[in-house]
Design a protein around this ligand. Sequence first.
Ligand SMILES: Nc1nc2c(c(=O)[nH]1)N[C@H]1C(S)=C(S)[C@@H](COP(=O)(O)O)O[C@H]1N2
Ligand SMILES: [Mo]
Length: 427
Amino acid sequence: MSDETEKTGKTGEAPSRRAFLKGAALAGGAAMVPASVRAEPDPLITEVQPWAQFLGEGVDARPYGTPSPHEAHVRRRHVEWLTADPISSVNFTPLHELDGIITPNGLCFERHHAGIAEIDPGDYRLMINGLVDNPLVFTLQDLMRFPRENHVYFLECAANSGMEWRGAQLNGCQFTHGMVHNVMYTGVPLRLLLQEAGVQTSGAWVLPEGADASAMTRSVPLEKALDDCLVAFKMNGEMLRPEQGYPVRLVVPGWEGNMWVKWLRRIEIGDQPWHHREETSKYTDLFSDGRARRFTWEMDAKSVITNPSPQAPITHGPGPTVVTGLAWSGRGTIPRVDVSLDGGMNWVQARMSGPSLDKSLHRFYHEFDWDGRPLLLQSRAHDSTGYVQPTKDQLREVRGVNSIYHNNGIQTWAVDETGVTENVEVS
Ligand SMILES: Nc1nc2c(c(=O)[nH]1)N[C@H]1C(S)=C(S)[C@@H](COP(=O)(O)O)O[C@H]1N2
Ligand SMILES: [Mo]
């Protein structure tokens, strides 16, 4: 393995020339994976199969397409013991079943504090009030007459990986890291709506409020509202799903998911933060000395290997093996991800593939020849500000173990000789 990996220790240096050459050889050598050679004729090749003997369904059979029945296992899942009731709970994204960077609409994790509000778009209203010259009410049609923008952003719940603070617990990246999704939003810059209302000079904070029974409210600094927040109605080209706030949600790029108010009904302008429930008793980080951090808005750089992982073990035995995963940062892009096969002793630079967009998921791959020995898989993200994802121990040194939120520590998966993969921690 030392032949394939680059010895950089914890800090990470530029890849050596040798590692680079080896990488180049692999990338160019498609012959790395041998085609299977069979002595017996394969009926799947030599015989006409049922799907070629009969005509299939016509174009009128599936007016709204759904995945193949063979993909029925690709679904959101929740953790039974985590919450008392599904009305205020979370259903996680099956990250281990996906590739690329976009989360399909039906698989985006969903987190509700009072269930899914069902709103008839004809009854939808958005009000802007408070420290504005013209308090306004918009219908959905009104919103759609403002100039729109398209942006791909990740949304991560601040509590993603929250159950892992004190040690490895949940066996699958769907559960340890599945409170993240990444879609292309179409929406109106919040800035344009605020300009229309005319924010008074004393205005410094905005309070988005949800129309659901939780009336989710969060204080957002006016500066952020004017910068890149979107009042979005479409995800991946189609109208938002009810789970994601149909017909309108707030998009707060790079910041914790709780602030992305769904079923957005009102935006109040004030001169100070409101300190409502979701930004005091919840969504603040408690330190070991009992003090709490007031606001933690930005999501730090993080990554996870999605394959192999506990729900997606290695099933093919030794030989060519693909490691892949996701990395993201609330502060920009991810120019680099490192992968370790030995619990963080040696690191090799992963191969990034797919668009590198601001505050969006990034996809990485590392192809290697598995010798069949146990592995301790880790990934480590570097973001465009130079920040490097910490180990869980480094995180605990600063934050203690009272926290739930903002756990971006390096994840370890242990793979045994048979390919079975488990959530573990190394120190
Ligand atoms: N109105 C409203 N907005 C809400 C919530 C909610 O319960 N009600 N949950 C918040 C939380 S905690 C998160 S993490 C995100 C989840 O967004 P998603 O369901 O699209 O994944 O929405 C946020 N916005
Ligand atoms: Mo959340």
